[in-house]
Design a protein around this ligand. Structure first.
Ligand SMILES: Nc1ncnc2c1ncn2[C@@H]1O[C@H](COP(=O)(O)OP(=O)(O)OP(=O)(O)O)[C@@H](O)[C@H]1O
Length: 241
């Protein structure tokens, strides 16, 4: 299993009282599978992704990635583990505007004090369909192309899992389709494991499995469902909330 979540809970304590964002989530994401996480606004999707990726600490429960329990790692080891074994892409790409596509892909390794092999960077960009854009800066690329650079960067260390938080949220429908086709191909052709938060039933329809969250709990799962079925289930869920 690439990722296991065991009774994961997260409570935020704020001035206005505490909020339970995750409430005992237990599930797993198998190697070479594509999972979408959906649910109404505020249901805990981003919190689940951040805790699973080791970006946030759960209040209770455990996250294991390839059998390593993140809660057992020191801060330094967790940072190193995340850098090497966890890929993350964000809605707004998070590329460095002054660097070329190739330099953006190589950046995490360089920040870790390692050298990124130029040929490997070229292959990483070719894998996301951007072999001819290595020297372009983010502003010279479309939104969809920028997201593909971000995906190449996230996958460069061959992580155990790629987490994507609304990866098509800032894209038009054509660019969204291309990014989703790329993620599907990465799973089918390269055996990658993808876990993606999305509001979009069309995007979720590309996944193998959809996990539905309400109030920080998994309330349902769909396997092999297409976009209309997912959209109907989401509408029913939102009505019942
Ligand atoms: N840093 C924080 N401090 C306090 N409360 C938070 C914090 N982050 C999230 N929350 C709360 O936790 C709950 C879950 O938030 P989360 O962002 O995980 O939901 P979501 O399903 O991703 O929402 P959306 O679809 O609107 O992005 C919400 O009630 C939110 O207000």
């Amino acid at each position: 299993m690439a990722v296991e979540l065991d009774e994961l809970s997260k409570t935020y304590d704020g001035g206005a009282g505490s909020v339970s964002a995750l409430d005992g989530v237990t599930t797993g994401f198998a190697d070479g599978t594509f999972t979408a996480v959906m649910g109404p606004s505020g249901s805990g999707k981003s919190t689940l992704l951040h805790c699973a990726a080791g970006l946030e600490q759960p209040t209770a429960g455990q996250v294991s990635i390839e059998g390593t329990r993140l809660g057992d790692l020191s801060e330094t080891r967790l940072t190193r583990f995340r850098r090497d074994r966890v890929g993350f892409v964000f809605q707004d790409f998070n590329l460095v505007s002054s660097l070329t596509a190739a330099q953006n892909v190589a950046l995490p390794l360089r920040l870790a004090g390692r050298k990124a092999d130029a040929a490997a960077v070229r292959v990483a960009l070719a894998d996301v369909g951007l072999a001819d854009r290595a020297g372009h800066r983010p502003r010279e690329l479309s939104g969809g192309q920028q997201q593909r650079v971000a995906i190449a960067r996230a996958l460069f260390t061959r992580p155990a899992v790629l987490f994507a938080d609304e990866p098509t949220g800032a894209l038009d429908s054509r660019a969204s389709r291309q990014v989703m086709a790329l993620l599907r191909e990465l799973v089918d052709m390269h055996g990658r494991t993808v876990v993606m938060v999305t509001h979009d039933p069309v995007a979720a329809g590309v996944a193998d499995r959809v996990v539905l969250l309400v109030d920080g709990r998994i309330v349902d799962e769909l396997t092999g469902a297409d976009a209309p079925v997912i959209a109907d289930r989401m509408t029913a869920l939102e009505r019942s909330c």
